[in-house]
Design a protein around this ligand. Structure first.
Ligand code: DCP
Ligand code: MG
Length: 372
């Protein structure tokens, strides 16, 4: 009966409560965390190992039926069907969870000092795995107190990350997002009433909370979006703690393994927005109580809009897989800017996401179905 209770989506994210398993083991396993741990380690095969866990996890999340025994894992891509050491590892962990309700290996990872500290450090705005690893291994740092105490030099962004750590690690709720959207929309309208603003990222996929808020800004006439971002920021300036404007040319299309990343070179602003709590709670009216919220504004020319919409709706894994599919199966390079033939370099313009799916000979998937 215990095994029958496991839904596929829970297989890699399963809670065992006191009545359900050994009370000393608060078992929790998620492919997401296994992927994260691999990226934290950052050793030679980290990316490949992380991808293997992500794929295994995505397969299970998308599986329509209950998984109750080893037999059910047999025909799952990236788990039982794929004959590789990494898929074998995924299967082994899944098997362990099926029979025991938890995995010792995963427990050790999640409870280990390395994962815990890396999670803390990478939660700081402006700190990536590389710096976090250096702190952990070279400087022996373990906690946020260590970050404060060690007198290490932080960039301006990172010091803001420390200052607003709790806020920035508290998920943004949909109702808060809606409030900010209205404000940005108003500012856009004041700058130019033809500007459009479109919600992307996790909220467009139907999530009820997110780590940030991602908005595309565009204009129906190509080129007329240029120069508007700085004006929008100016209109909202009293609400910003930080506005990091980026042309993102460093992540240029021609550089490195672009096909496997989701980077683009749109003009954008990675900001920290001051969300006034009284906007949702009239009891707080007049009080200066606010919360720091990550807000990304991305400016997109009209002829690239459909591609940017697809590229910024995510998930990251969905983006990575659709791009890989386009390249390997269709010989097409797909980015957030457009799509072109690998051989002839011919560009394929598109006005809607549906057209892009069609060109790739894929069945259309609504944003809510891109949650792998
Ligand atoms: N993206 C991108 N280029 C970047 C950052 C993100 O193309 N430099 C894309 C990939 C993601 C989408 O934009 O699919 C949104 O990225 P987020 O990191 O904001 O992730 P989500 O919005 O999906 O989740 P969350 O709720 O954590 O914000
Ligand atoms: Mg987001």
């Amino acid at each position: 009966k215990k095994l029958m209770d496991i839904q596929p989506s829970q297989l890699l994210k399963r809670k065992v409560d006191a009545d359900d398993g050994p009370s000393t083991k608060k078992s929790r396993y998620s492919g997401d965390e296994a992927e994260e741990h691999a990226l934290f380690r950052g050793d030679a095969n980290a990316e490949a190992r992380a991808l293997a866990f992500r794929r295994g996890s995505a397969t299970l999340k998308a599986h329509p039926k209950e998984i109750v025994c080893e037999e059910d894992l047999k025909n799952l891509p990236y788990i039982g069907l794929t004959n590789s050491a990494k898929a074998g590892h995924c299967k082994m962990v899944a098997m362990e969870i099926l029979s025991e309700g938890f995995s010792d290996e995963v427990e050790d990872v999640l409870n280990g000092s390395f994962y815990k500290s890396m999670k803390l450090f990478t939660g700081i705005f402006g700190i990536g795995p590389q710096t976090a690893r250096k702190w952990y291994h070279d400087l022996g740092m373990r906690t946020l107190e260590d970050v404060k105490g060690k007198n290490i030099s932080l960039t301006y962004e990172q010091s803001l990350g420390m200052e607003h750590y709790d806020d920035l690690n508290t998920p943004i709720k949909l109702e808060e997002a809606e409030c900010i959207i209205k404000m940005v929309e108003k500012a856009c309208n004041e700058v130019c009433d033809e500007l459009t603003m479109t919600l992307v990222g996790g909220f467009r996929r139907g999530k009820s909370q997110g780590h940030d808020l991602d908005l595309l800004i565009s204009h129906p006439e190509d080129g007329k979006e240029k120069g508007k971002l700085v004006l929008i920021i100016e209109k909202l300036k009293e609400h910003f703690i930080y506005t990091g404007r980026k042309m993102d040319v460093s992540n240029n299309l021609n550089k490195g393994n672009f096909a496997s990343s989701t980077m683009d070179n749109f003009e954008k602003c990675f900001s920290i927005f001051k969300f006034n709590k009284s906007w949702l709670n009239s009891n707080l009216e007049g009080k200066a109580e606010w919360k720091a919220v990550r807000l990304d504004l991305i400016v997109v020319p009209s002829h690239q809009f459909a591609y940017a919409l697809l590229g910024w709706t995510g998930t990251k894994h969905f983006e990575r897989e659709i791009r890989r599919y386009a390249r390997t199966e269709m010989k097409i390079v797909l980015t957030s800017h457009g799509m072109h033939s690998l051989d002839t370099k011919q560009n394929f313009p598109a006005e809607t996401e549906e057209e892009i799916f069609q060109k790739l000979q894929l069945e259309y998937r609504a944003p809510s179905e891109r949650c792998c």
